[in-house]
Design a protein around this ligand. Structure first.
Ligand code: GLU
Length: 425
């Protein structure tokens, strides 16, 4: 893997940061007097790039590039995940941090936005190497994270074990056990019930509510899901449990379909046991082109950015797109979907269930008092439904897309806080 220098991709119109900037441009005219502060949203408050050298098991030393971007902290400490992926760049991490600012404000969580990542394919590392990588990264960004500064969480290819190592490393360096420094931890370490399922559950709630408003029921709906990990896999399971037919799935191993509906639980067990989705019995392997042409009622992109491109937006055969991933739809594709009458529930609402239960976890850690799973799921349900309602109302009032409406609500909150705090010095 070539990894010389900072992986910043300036002036690339399809870069996630450029996508994010275009989305901010679209909200600016709707911000009233707060528009004078909009430049604040077009830059990151702070971005840290770190070198992460580790000892490989074979005795050699390898270097990796890591980042933590803190986009905005006007409303509270930074909050957002950490991803381990070979395509991580400083540009991507900045965009993901910007989307966290918007997401946290749209849900009215008392956080700013942040994101981190390491440019690495974790599958190429042994478990001890992965632990050393995680610990060194945590130590390097230790200067700027903390329970009241910036609170990382899982994202693509990171999980509760990685959060446990991060929490331990931070705690060892500061000399006190600080469970609130990360969320998405194992339950035995101050993690929250329901956190693992929360992003997928939020996607399911957003889809169910929007489908109902559009006049169709989840029961009997045809669903296609791109991504079969912690977001897509859980969402697919909940869709199936609600009586929907999951007719197409895609993960890194390829695309599969079954017109009669995929047995999602069995597929999840198969993949959890180490099988590749494409080898699962009861599905037909299909091509990438066939996957994007599947006829569905709801399409859930739950993998990476830049998946719903202009070409795919022109031909996708669905009524409703619910963004489980961050940044899956390009702004140009957004316009095409809008013109074709395909509704899009944007990432900053659709996948906000994860960070919402992260917030519950952080509150539980601070108070050292833990809630039951049904209390957590009930509160998540209520917050998601209310946030969605407010977005739909704002969209109708301003005659804009759900994405611009979510940005109007969120950016108004961020910039109102920014204005009240004023400029220092
Ligand atoms: N990585 C998740 C997201 O993109 C969760 C972030 C968090 O819980 O802080 O929203």
């Amino acid at each position: 893997m070539a990894s010389a220098g900072l992986s910043y991709v300036p002036n690339n119109p399809n870069s996630p940061w450029q996508m994010y900037l275009l989305q901010v441009d679209r909200v600016a005219p709707h911000l009233g007097h707060l528009e004078r502060w909009v430049e604040t949203l077009k830059r990151c408050k702070r971005v840290l790039a770190v070198d992460i050298p580790i000892n490989r098991d074979d005795g050699t030393v390898a270097h990796f590039e890591g980042f933590r971007a803190q986009h905005n902290m006007s409303r509270g400490p930074g909050k957002g995940g950490v991803r381990f992926h070979p395509d991580v760049t400083i540009d991507e991490v900045m965009a993901l941090a910007g989307w966290m600012t918007v997401k946290n404000a749209a849900l009215n969580l008392p956080y700013g936005g942040a994101k981190g990542g390491i440019r690495v394919d974790p599958k190429t590392l042994t478990r001890p190497e992965l632990e050393r990588l995680t610990r060194r990264y945590t130590s390097e960004i230790g200067l700027i994270i903390g329970p009241d500064k910036d609170i990382p969480a899982p994202d693509v290819n990171t999980n509760d074990q990685i959060m446990a190592w991060m929490m331990d490393t931070y705690s060892m360096n500061t000399g006190a056990t600080a469970t609130g420094v990360v969320t998405g931890k194992p339950i035995a370490l101050g993690g929250s019930l329901g956190r693992k399922e929360a992003t997928g559950r939020g996607v399911y709630i957003a889809a169910r509510e929007t489908a109902r408003a559009m006049g169709f029921d989840i029961a009997g709906a045809r669903i296609v899901v791109q991504g079969f990990g912690n977001v897509g896999g859980i969402a697919a399971r909940l869709f199936k449990a609600a009586g929907a037919s999951v007719i197409g799935l895609q993960d890194a191993s390829g695309s599969v379909a079954n017109e009669a509906g995929i047995d999602v639980d069995a597929a999840l067990d198969f993949v959890a046991a180490g099988g590749a989705l494409v080898d699962f019995k009861g599905v037909t392997k299909i091509s990438e082109g066939e996957f994007w042409a599947l006829k569905s009622d709801i399409f859930v992109p739950a993998a990476l950015e830049n998946q719903l491109t202009e070409t795919r937006a022109r031909s996708i055969a669905t009524k409703l797109v619910v963004e489980g991933a961050n940044g899956p739809t390009t702004p140009a594709a957004d316009d095409i979907l809008h013109d074709r009458g395909i509704k899009v529930v944007p990432d900053v609402i659709a996948n906000a269930g994860g960070v919402t239960v992260s917030y519950f976890e952080w509150v539980q850690d601070f108070s050292s008092f833990f809630w039951t799973e049904s209390e957590i799921n009930d509160r998540l349900e209520r917050i998601m439904v209310e946030a969605l309602k407010a977005v739909v109302h704002t969209a109708e009032k301003n005659n804009v897309s759900l994405r611009t409406a979510a940005f109007i609500i969120a950016c108004t909150r961020v910039l109102a806080a920014r204005e009240l705090r004023g400029l220092y010095p």
